[in-house]
Design a protein around this ligand. Sequence first.
Ligand code: SF4
Length: 334
Amino acid sequence: MTPRYIGITSTIPVEIIYAAGAIPVDLNNVFITSEEPAQMITLAENAGFARNYCAWIKGMFGALQLRPEISEVIGVVQGDCANTGALLELLRHRGLTTYEFAYPSRGDSAGLSRSITCLESALGAAPGESEVWRIRLNETRRTALEIDRLTWQEDIFNGEENHLALINTSDFKGDPDSYFVELSTVLKASRTRTPLVSGVRLGLVGVPPITSDIFTRTAEMGAGVVYNEVQREFAMPHRSASLTEQYLGYTYPYGAGTRAPVIAREAAKRRVDGLIHYVQSFCYHQLDEIIIRETAGVPVLNLEADKPGPLDGRNRLRLEAFVETLKEGKQNNV
Ligand code: SF4
């Protein structure tokens, strides 16, 4: 039987896709982990996307051109930006089958249950099967979260390893059993590691960065990322008893007002010295910085980038100055 691939534009209850017997593909990951992400941007711009349109949207559109086996796409139309709705419209126009998923207002449990049931029925998932998958995926989620714990509590994993372990829980790389084995192997091999030297401790909040070298650059500057906010959310770090509860606890779609207290709590718990708030050019999330800055309890650097690739000179200098300031602050507190 030909596998049924379903693209996703953002984290949705992926359990439903598995319950429908299909394979989820996080289009963001296809775009950013490809050897030539810039090529996908070019494909989108050649198709008519404006130069100043969000690069993540262009990248997902480009990824679909290179993966013709993906003929169905689920987009988040509430709890994410309007660009996703416009992208779905275009994909429909191009003949793809699209589904809309809505995260209702925060705390609206009945509304979220309705969204889940709607998607189950649209994809053809048997009743109760998504819950079976929730329980089945929990072990892999817990394994990714153990890597997260070892990152901040025992300094065993670096920020990039942490990022990779967590970010792939959006789709489990399309093969949850293999992904579980992969994470378990990484975890087992870490038992012989000696802890990393702890310098300046950073948190990275906001949409995952489009830049390729933020982790290596910070390491070169004597800093380590011990908190990847949104990536950790993908792994669903809170205990829950149902799919609805699980995705009610997922903070990203419910705005900066919901995310900020969690960020402040995690920053304190992880002894973070400063936060990098990554923002994508032309993205409405830029405004989140005000709430995060006023709530975080630690200094915040707003870092904006547009295209995939290394950090530009200006951002490198700003990052370096930020890390140096945090180092001085630490020394003065000794
Ligand atoms: S980065 Fe911002 S503008 Fe781009 S898709 Fe995500 S929310 Fe929308």
